[in-house]
Design a protein around this ligand. Structure first.
Ligand SMILES: NC(=O)c1ccc[n+]([C@@H]2O[C@H](COP(=O)([O-])OP(=O)(O)OC[C@H]3O[C@@H](n4cnc5c(N)ncnc54)[C@H](OP(=O)(O)O)[C@@H]3O)[C@@H](O)[C@H]2O)c1
Length: 307
């Protein structure tokens, strides 16, 4: 069994590569800077835009997973916005062409999107059927990303769009800077603290991906735990898991200054994301870490062993 991960060199790609190779599954990573290959991991050059020899890697594979895209952890300058759009749309488009040209195309194509596609919400749960999609920059990126994906007609390949929430792990992603803040005594509420935070433990993220590859499913899936929490509860749970008592809050103006200083945007922590994995639950996916306390305790134990 072989899986191809475009953009597999990043945070989620590394998590998935570890998960699948532990099960003796071969992984091919498409990267703009391929590293040395190993027994189960082959790294192949692509530019994320043009159809080249890499397309042969898709032949006869179980699944293609596309995670390519310039990180959104940056200032939303015009230049960065253009790269955020271009890297996601061009990679999706060219993968669609590659799948179409295969003699034996991948059985499934899972393309990244984001739970950020939904409007900010403090009350309503955003599920796949009733969630409202908005028009600001981040939501527009996701809409266009999914639109390009849906325009790719791949009759022999199941297509699944991944509306993934913030993935929690101690090796990368959003949890790493949050742990640093808490350890520095700055782990109080951010902004009002009332904004919701949708999340998923990295282990559940990987098993959702495996489940979506194995089941005969298509369409959009919210990839998040069923229990989003508000920011102040999230920070409180993280403090408890890290055994930190001191917690200064970070009001919005301070966050704005900090974000400008470290060249990122406050949207990443201030938008209220209340997303619900209705399809996964209806179709009986079983989460190992459905609640935040257990998830953070598990991750903070891993963190303690690492440091
Ligand atoms: N992390 C999360 O919690 C989260 C949540 C929701 C959605 N997502 C989405 O899931 C995807 C993967 O997330 P991640 O955290 O693993 O991101 P990541 O660590 O930034 O990795 C993304 C990969 O995309 C490739 N890439 C970067 N800029 C590119 C460009 N201009 N053209 C083509 N490829 C480019 C890079 O691979 P090479 O440099 O090797 O080419 C990079 O390793 C992203 O699209 C992200 O928006 C992530």
């Amino acid at each position: 069994m072989k899986i191809v991960i475009a953009g597999g060199s990043g945070f989620l790609g590394k998590a998935l590569t570890g998960y699948f190779t532990n099960k003796n599954i071969e992984v091919t990573i498409l990267s703009r800077k391929p590293q040395k290959s190993s027994r189960l991991v082959k790294e192949v050059y692509w530019d994320g835009r043009t159809l080249q020899d890499w397309r042969h890697e898709l032949e006869g594979t179980e699944a293609l997973i596309n995670l390519s895209g310039k990180s959104v952890d940056c200032r939303y300058t015009e230049a960065n916005k253009q790269q955020i759009y271009a890297s996601r749309l061009a990679s999706t488009r060219v993968l669609g062409e590659a799948v179409r040209q295969c003699i034996h195309p991948p059985k499934a194509w899972l393309n990244s999107s984001s739970a950020t596609i939904y409007k900010g919400s403090y009350d309503k749960f955003m599920d796949e059927q009733h969630g409202e999609i908005g028009h600001d920059f981040s939501m527009d990126v996701c809409r266009k990303w999914e639109a390009v994906f849906n325009e790719c007609i791949t009759p022999q390949t199941r297509q699944v769009a991944l509306r993934t929430s913030i993935v929690l792990d101690v090796t990368g992603g959003a949890l790493v800077p949050l742990i640093k803040l808490v350890k520095a005594g700055l782990g109080g509420a951010m902004g009002s603290g009332k904004q919701f935070f949708s999340w998923i433990h990295v282990h559940d993220f990987c098993s959702v991906i495996e489940w979506l590859i194995q089941k005969p499913v298509t369409g959009v899936y919210n990839v998040c735990s069923p229990q989003p929490v508000c920011n102040s509860d999230f920070m409180k749970s993280l403090r408890h898991s890290l055994h930190v008592r001191i917690a200064l809050s970070l009001p919005t103006p301070l966050l704005e200054c900090g974000a400008a200083l470290i060249r990122t945007e406050t949207e990443l922590v201030l938008k209220s994301r209340k997303v619900y994995p209705q399809r996964l639950l209806d179709e009986e996916f079983v989460f190992e870490f459905p609640d935040l306390k257990t998830a953070l305790e598990d991750l903070c134990q891993v963190e303690a062993k690492r440091s």
